[in-house]
Design a protein around this ligand. Sequence first.
Ligand code: ADP
Ligand code: MG
Length: 250
Amino acid sequence: MVFARGVRKSFGTLEVLKSIDIDVPKASVACIIGPSGSGKSTFLRCINHLEEVNGGVLLVDGEFVGYDLRDGKLYEVKDSLLCRRRADIGMVFQSFNLFSHMTALENLIEAPMMVKGLSRREATEKAHVLLERVGLGGKADNYPRQLSGGQQQRVAIARALAMNPKVLLFDEPTSALDPELVGEVLQVMRDLAESGMTMVVVTHEIGFAREVGDQLIFMDQGVVVERGTPREMIANPQSPRTQEFLSRVL
Ligand code: ADP
Ligand code: MG
């Protein structure tokens, strides 16, 4: 579902991604860990077309996000095509990013109506089903400020699901939450994984990575230092950098 080979990204002279190779098969969960500044968010943003890659091959469901044309030109897509492709990729951010002037329900129906052309009635029916699914059936008419952080993040997940994404990207989805609210969000993510959603999850929740992840990827300074099955890698990290990082977060 996500295929990356030699993906590079720089901001000016700062090389943030230095040749990233990643494979995320359909219906699997890849967890990415690594120190702050290692390029995890930038990689997710490249997958989601929020950043243009400077080189390498990056495909989502066989569709091309960017590659090295070798003639110095960057890949460009027409806005409408970019919009359609981006709609296939859901993203959940650390800071929820809900529309604050809209209720939970309105947050869920906006994009399906505007981007996918659903009628208000179709979008609303679907939104109610999704709010039930994340345990917020009774909160449709609440504004974000009337919800806890955990509830807001569950609305954000439901909002991403409302677009029927092929893959869901999570960028530290529980890092901004009070500790007692982390579990409810992880539970929704666990249910999604079990339902067969393809997920790429940047997280510091090692327990989640161990239980739910099909693969664990450790990034540091713009490279993938180590990857493997979560249990093996957590129990027996090979690289000294992975060992040192895990010893700090476990
Ligand atoms: P992580 O998510 O692993 O903490 P990021 O991908 O956010 O790392 O950042 C990697 C590096 O790229 C950092 O040094 C950060 O300052 C830099 N960076 C990220 N976005 C930009 C940007 N838009 N412009 C310039 N530098 C950026
Ligand atoms: Mg980040």
